[in-house]
Design a protein around this ligand. Sequence first.
Ligand SMILES: NC(=O)c1ccc[n+]([C@@H]2O[C@H](COP(=O)([O-])OP(=O)(O)OC[C@H]3O[C@@H](n4cnc5c(N)ncnc54)[C@H](O)[C@@H]3O)[C@@H](O)[C@H]2O)c1
Length: 357
Amino acid sequence: MPVPTVLVTGSCGLIGSEVSVFFARQGFRVVGVDSNHRAVFFGPEGDTSWVLGRLQREIPGYRHEALDIRDREGVLALLEELRPNLIIHTAAQPSHDKAAAIPFLDFEVNALGTLHLLEAARRSCPESPFIHMSTNKVYGDRPNAIALCELDNRWDYADPLYQHGIPETFSIDQSKHSLFGASKVAGDVMVQEYGQYFHMPTCCLRGGCLTGPNHAGVELHGFLSYLIKCNLEGREYKVYGYKGKQVRDNIHSADVARFMFEFWKAPRVAEVYNLGGGKDNSCSILEAFGMAEEVSGRPMRWRYLEENRIGDHICYYSDLRKMKSHYPGWDITKSLPDIFQEIAGSWKARLRQEAVL
Ligand SMILES: NC(=O)c1ccc[n+]([C@@H]2O[C@H](COP(=O)([O-])OP(=O)(O)OC[C@H]3O[C@@H](n4cnc5c(N)ncnc54)[C@H](O)[C@@H]3O)[C@@H](O)[C@H]2O)c1
């Protein structure tokens, strides 16, 4: 079989870079698309040029296109030329809080950019699996309506219906999403529609907290990465409401890439999966402070602000049973302690390097 080509959008981001390296190791030719918009959204701290350098060093024959996915003609032309065997779409404006300040840019990237890629795929390679990174923010703040119980350091679901977490059947309608959540709903539904309407092998992965050592964590995006960076630098971390007991489920980007590979091997049409760490890899902010302190040996400096972030989930963890039943070969391989160790190791190396420069 000829070498398959994977097109990865957002290839310099957390998920895109992990996926690019992973698929290169599986024998794919990798073409990455990234316009470094993360630096536009978040300033110099979000700059991902260092990741591009790493991809060029680590992936033999890596081809990079600094293409903006809002450029319709550019996207159509690239897909026509490449006709990739697999498309993994991770490029996005990824921040819940940032979107309200840049509503046009947010929607153009998350919704319109996704449509450009879908339509380009339909015209050039409709048989190729199209994997889209969606988000649990498509459920809006509706998970906050579930009855909760308050434990010493975290919230948890009191309703036994959610003892395994939030399933894909949970409503995405009639709740507060943030503008980011709404633009991601538009992209998510469009990806489903290209599956339903055109029978293309599309898949939406509604991510919980996706994380790993390659994240350029900033305050507005990249919860664990940013929290651990603050701990290592002795920087103050701000906690917004919910007593610091809000719960997130965390999944290592390597486990995300492994799931995409399973989907590539056995694609399905118009699928939706909640992809997070599940209950076992969930933690509250207070619990995360304790784990960061354990890894670094340094105390966490933090300040509590009464007001929660708009539409922020009080407790969210993914029900992974649908993914596991469709793809029994897949499971979480990186535990929460592994994730903390890896992120801390990566930040220490990066901060040392910055100190030398
Ligand atoms: N990280 C998380 O916790 C998380 C959680 C749920 C869902 N997701 C979703 O996963 C996907 C990837 O997230 P991430 O954490 O890797 O984000 P990221 O910001 O690290 O990566 C996104 C990449 O896309 C690039 N990009 C942005 N706009 C672009 C454009 N117009 N054209 C070309 N490239 C562009 C950015 O420069 C960046 O490198 C996103 O769709 C995000 O919504 C992430």
